[in-house]
Each structure stands twice: as structure tokens, then as C-alpha cells.
Design a protein around this ligand. Sequence first.
Ligand SMILES: [Fe+2]
Length: 349
Amino acid sequence: MNRERISIYDSRPGMAIAESIYNEFGAVVIIEGTILDRQTIDRIEGMGVLEIEVVTEKETKSNDSEDLDSRYRQNVKDISDIMNDLREGLALDMQKINKIADTISSGLYSHDDIVGKLSRHVDPDEYINTHSINVSVLAMTLGKWMGCSEDTVRNLILAGLLHDIGKSKIPLEVINKPEGLDPKEFVLIEQHPKYAFEILEDVDGIDNEVLLGILTHHEREDGSGYPLGITSEKINLIGKILAIVDIFDAMTSERHYRKKQSPFEVFKQMQNDSFGRLHPVILNKFVKNMAQSYMGAVASLTNGQRGQIVFINNNKNSKPIININGELVDLSLESGLKIESIVIKNKIL
Ligand SMILES: [Fe+2]
């Protein structure tokens, strides 16, 4: 946890207290993790405490942050160029793809960055390109969480980058259509994994597992997916991983027709709606690890309050316990109360 000592006069509502405040008898008056509101600030000031420790955002030098941003933008542009080339009938630029894969493999972007700060600048018009980078990073991360070999992790990175390139064969007005697609357009969109297979099958340096993973990334365990309608045993590990991270990124990204959703809402929906459709063990691994990475984060709730995530029960990953001004609120017991967004992402180390 990163912390900073600040004057009480510089404190602002929404900041999280990093160190408990005691009274003259040594009793805790404000507990560590409390999110400041106006009343609490006045109370601390009234006690004569002039300096407090607060949680600060991850220590990243602004240069590093700008670097990360500009590298991400460059990678997104590279994907956009690759898609445009394919639209014009040019060959797939594998050199460019491998360069982006090297950047992702170097660990420059973490899953935190994808859901957090990098997503703040994303234009919904760019979704198809940012989504490829995001799915690649998330697939790599999930592969590592699952203990996959280095070769499989590399294949996951490549499969993530290339999984939607079949959309280059579909008219842009259908791809970018903000409202609902008509049945004919749906049928066309559902062909994109096949189109990707056709583009990639003769490309050197693409492993068969990558090809199969891309072909099956919209298939579902129970056979309810597309384009083939095949079941679990015919979907390879890469296809199963892509299916999960593809849905997660789609739901946590800003789109033309709906706002991005908080990761915790998405965990809940994925666990409820995808029962029998996504691989349960892989989904569980993903949700558990993603959720745990939000320990210590400050969340904004649907009732307007803010609090720090202090406990995540593995059986109720989408409903953590939140410390709101020293009071512990268990979201699993509050049916109407949800996490609306993550305000500050901090880990308790
Ligand atoms: Fe897709």
C-alpha cells in the first residue's frame, strides 16, 4: 500500500486513511481504511490532529505512465493498421503482430492497467482494436494464473491479438453498427471466427493450437456457441480461455450502446449467466484471481457512498466486504447495494 503524510487541511472527502487515529487514551477513534467525508475531516481537525496518513494511487512516475499510455496507443494503432491492410486485401503483417506480442509478453501492461487507467482514455470507436490488445493481456494473465507453459502463454498472447481479425472480412458499417443487428447481419458476424481461420491457416509461425483457439472462441461448453455449435471436448484450452476474457473485456469496456460495467458486476453476471456455457474451473480461477486483485481498492457504491474493499470471500467473489467510514458492510447481505465503479485501485501488501 502506498501512503502519504498530508496536512489535515489538504485532506479531501473520498481519501482513505492509511493509519488509524488514536485519542489521548490510546483508543482508536478513526480506523485505518476509513474513507474520509466532510464530517470525519472536521472531527479529526477538532481533535487537534494536524497531519494524517492517506492511501495514494500506485506510485508511478508520470513519465512511466505517459510511456505506458503512448505504447498502448501505438499498439492499438498497429492493430488498426493491420485490420485496414487486411480489408484492402494485403497480407497479414506477422512481424508487426510479433512486435506487439513481445511488448505484451514483457509485462508492460498488467490486467490492472487494462481494466483501470488505460481504459479511461478508450474511445468506443476504437473498441475492436483496444479489445484485441486487452484480450491478449488478459489471456496471458489467466494462462499464467493457471500455470500454463511458456509456449502456451505465448500462444495465448498471439491468439488474443488475432482472435477477431476475421471481422476484417465484414463491412465496417455492420461492425460499427451502434444499434441491434438484423438477423442477416448476425449470421455474418457469427462467421468471423471462420474468416480468421481462413486468413491464418497458411500463415507461417502460427501454431495449430492458436488457430483452433481462435476458431472456437465463441463456442460454448454446452454447444450453444457459434459458428460450429461444438461442445466442450472439441474446444481447446486457448478457445476456453479466450471465451472468458473476451466476455469480461467486452462488458468492462465502454461501448456505444452501453456504459462499461464494474468488474464485480461482471463477475456476478458471468457466474450466473454463463453457467454450463463457460468452463467452470477456468472461470473460477479467473474470477477469484481478478477479484482478489481488488483487495484494498476504494469502490464507489450504487448508493453514492465510498468504501475500501477489505475482504473478498472466495465463494461470493462479486460481493466483498466494504469498510465505509469504519463500518463494515457485507455486500452479500445487502441485496440492493452494489459496487458501481472502482475509484482507486490499491493493493494491501
Ligand atoms: Fe470474437
